[in-house]
Design a protein around this ligand. Sequence first.
Ligand SMILES: [Zn+2]
Length: 229
Amino acid sequence: MEAWEPTEGDVAWTQGVLDTLEDGQDWMEGEMAFRKTGDKELKLLTRTERASFAIERVKIVVEGLGWTLDESEAKIIPDDPMLAAQMMQAEAESWCCPKCEEHKVVNMDLEAATWHLMGQSVYVDEDGNSVQTPRWVVEIICPCEEKVYVSPDDYLLVAGEINFYTWNVDNETLRVMTPEQITECADNETLSKINAQHLGTTYEGNTVPPHLRGTFCLIVEKSPLEEEE
Ligand SMILES: [Zn+2]
């Protein structure tokens, strides 16, 4: 079998993507996710099992352009969805605070997590344009006081749906209403009387995380004392 060789188009396209990447920025390509970790340094963060040929091709192209590609810490997601879910759950339970390396993320105060926009992700759309989107991270405070950041998907995995659909913002906690709650309130025409909020893209000057946009939330005020701590 002959070795695969990129076309000029492949090379030019990849060069175009690499040129737009800033340090620490992520690049999603098909079923692969990369991060620029330094000058002409790329790290493979994750890929699916079946992307093994795709990654070989990316490697050939980026190395041909003088970049290095570090695959040593890449997370390989099994093609079997059951195995993939099991692997991710087991892995999530093993995460530790990167600073103290003592406290496990699953045991931290997951309810008090806050959502933040941090940096940009780059992906290439169907027309071949590089598109930058803000990257959301979830901040969890370790008992050692270190701020631990996880991706929204990872937060859902460790904290579960109820926490995922709860938003701590400023002095308030907003919790997405269940369909049953909404139906009940609509029947009683009480939706406007109770402390509910229909979220758009911003809420009191804060950007609403994408998964909460368009939802109805109940507002739970935090006590000012709690906020002081
Ligand atoms: Zn810690």
